[in-house]
Design a protein. Sequence first.
Length: 269
Amino acid sequence: MRHTLGAAFVVVAAASCRPDRGAPSGFTLLFFNHSPAAVVGDRSWAPDPDHSRLVAFDRALQPVRTLAGPAIALPMSVTALGADLLVSEEAGDGVVLDTAGQQLREWSSPAPFAVASYNAAAGRIVATRSPYRVPTLAAEPANAPLVQLLDTLGRPVDRLAAIHVPPTPFLTAITNAGPAVLDGGGAVYYAPLVRDEIVKFDRSGMQRWVTRRGLYPKERDPVYLPARGRELRIDQAVVNVALVLGPDGRLLAIAEPRRGALHPVLVLG
C-alpha cells in the first residue's frame, strides 16, 4: 500500500541568519511534498518520486540542479550522510549517492522490515518501517524491534524498543510504521504514522519522553472495514507522515490529523 496524500504541494522552510549581522541569509528547506529534505553544504535536496529524481535548491529556495539515473527509481525521502545523500526508495532500499549523482552503495530493507525508510546523523543511520509504503497484510513477532540502527554500509548494528502488536496482528506493520530522526548525540525521535505521539529514545534505547498534541479524544488501533468486492479496506488515522530536526533543534512534523482520511486498498488475486 502506497499513500497518496493529496495533490497539495507542501514546502516548509526555515529562515536562517548570519550571526555577525543578524540579517537573513537565506532559507533551509525542511519538507517538500510531504517528504523530509536534506541539507548538504549550502543546498537543500528533496525527493521528486514522480520524476525519479532529486532536486537541489539554493538558499533562496530556487531549484538549481537535479539528479536522476538508474540508481534513483522512486525516492521517498533523503537525508544527509556526511557529505553524501542517503535516499529512501519506495521499495525500502537505501541508496547512497554523492552530490554529483554517483552511486556509492545500496542495501535492502533490514529484516524484519518489509519496507524501510532511513535517517542519518553523526555517522549513524536509523531505519524504521516506511510511512510511505506499508504492507497491508503483515504480522510480525512481538519481539521485533521498533527501530534499527545501521552502520554507514547499511548493516544492522543495534535494535531499539519493542513494537506494539494490535488486536488484529496482520495490521502490525501499519501500527508500527512511521518516520524517525537521529540527533548528533545519538538520540532517536520516532513518530508513529497512525498515532498522535512523538517518542524520544536515548542511545541505549531507553524511552525518555512522549509528547502528544491531543488530536483525538480517544485513539484506537487500525481495524479492518467490511470488504467491497476485491478491495480490502482499513480504517486508520494518518497522523505523522514526515519528521525532521530543524536547524534550531526543534522537531517538526508533517501531519494529517484526521481518522479514516485514507483507506489502504489491496486488490486480491
